[in-house]
Write a protein that binds this ligand. Structure first.
Ligand code: NAP
Length: 327
């Protein structure tokens, strides 16, 4: 669930840097940008981004066993301490005008930025099978952390996928449902061994390997999932009350391309090691970029954000001589 945080600001007429997005990459960039003396805004449709959908974080240095919701609050209050303007809105487009970027939002706000940091994250990938769209919110879910409590005492639920998200979801759901079917299209998991070991030790998690979901069935809500064994072709209908689709994320390709950003074949924004994009003064950070694809962590997002802020600062000083605050 997205946090509702008070104290959101008005957009000023002009910024050194506008950061688009509200996840760990964006907030890390914001803190560094302020430390470099840049007048900074974060514009995001939700504070915390995809971190809102994580459970307990136990792999971020110095913060063991920390609920993700607490981390989101810590990131936000850290940025506020540094005087970052945080605006809840969606940037629809930006375009170059002279040596600035004009930034426009869904709520018809407009501001000028000397530099931009794009940290827009990704969205959840869908299965694309019959029944998926029909039962969204009625048994089909994309967020185990948000919806697992709805399945307390349920006879069975299914999780689809073989990465960190799917195995984490299976572990969370095994605390609520009597049985969890973990359906994966291969026999090997891509998830970290840490998760694989725990899943294998959970007595109420049944692995359904080498299997793909071909249909989600139900009446007013989900009643079963139909899977096909990819080796034998055999079909099996498994009665479940919920199907959690955890098969990864995809980038906002259209948004990036419409705003003139160069993307790779999957739609991730191309960056170099200094988080520079193809556009002058536009940097990118976090899951939306081509950097470290396949290893998306809070710490890697935060690292990219810090580097993007450093690069944005060097750019602002080179082009404008000083930051707005230093004038
Ligand atoms: P992911 O690593 O891309 O894994 C997606 C999984 O879904 C893969 O096992 C893939 O199968 C399967 N899949 C993809 N498309 C499918 C389809 N159409 N039908 C059936 N299965 C499909 O995605 P993720 O698990 O969401 O993780 C995303 C990133 O976030 C990763 O970098 C991950 O490390 C990170 N993450 C980290 C943590 C953590 O560290 N605590 C927690 C969650 C996520 P194949 O294996 O056959 O390709």
């Amino acid at each position: 669930m997205a946090l509702r945080l008070p104290g959101l600001d008005r957009l000023r007429d002009r910024y050194d840097v506008v950061i688009i997005g509200g996840g760990p990459a964006a907030f890390s960039a914001a803190i560094y940008a302020r430390r470099f003396g840049m007048v900074t805004a974060v514009v995001a449709d939700r504070i915390g981004g995809m971190l809102n959908e994580a459970g307990v974080v136990d792999d971020y240095l110095g913060l063991p066993d920390t609920p993700a919701s607490k981390m989101v609050k810590l990131f936000y209050s850290h940025a506020k301490k540094y005087g970052v303007d945080v605006i809840l809105d969606t940037v629809t487009r930006f375009r170059r005008e002279g040596d600035h970027y004009v930034v426009e939002t869904r709520r018809r706000r407009r501001t000028l930025a000397r530099a931009l940091i794009v940290a827009i994250g990704t969205r959840r990938r869908r299965l694309g099978v019959p029944g998926e769209d029909r039962f969204v919110g009625r048994g089909v879910s994309y967020c185990a952390v948000c919806d697992a409590p709805l399945y307390r005492g349920a006879e069975a639920v299914a999780v689809v996928g073989g990465g960190d998200s799917a195995l984490e979801a299976a572990l969370i759901l095994s605390e609520y449902a009597k049985k969890v079917y973990l359906i994966h299209r291969r026999s090997e998991f891509r998830a970290q061994p840490y998760y694989i070991k725990q899943v294998r030790e959970r007595p109420n998690v049944e692995l359904v390997l080498n299997s793909v979901v071909v249909e989600i069935r139900g009446d007013d809500r989900v009643r079963s999932v139909v899977v096909r064994d990819v080796r034998s072709g055999e079909l099996r209908e498994i009665p479940v009350r919920g199907v959690f689709v955890e098969i990864g994320f995809e980038p906002f390709r259209e948004w990036a391309v419409e705003n003139g950003l160069e993307v790779d074949e999957e739609g991730f924004i191309k960056v170099n090691e200094w988080m520079e994009t193809n556009l002058p003064g536009v940097f990118a950070a976090g899951d939306c970029t081509t950097m470290w694809k396949g290893f998306r962590q809070i710490v890697t997002a935060a690292a990219m954000g810090a580097v993007a802020a450093y690069s944005a600062y060097n750019y602002v000083v080179k082009v404008f001589g000083s930051t707005l605050e230093q004038r």
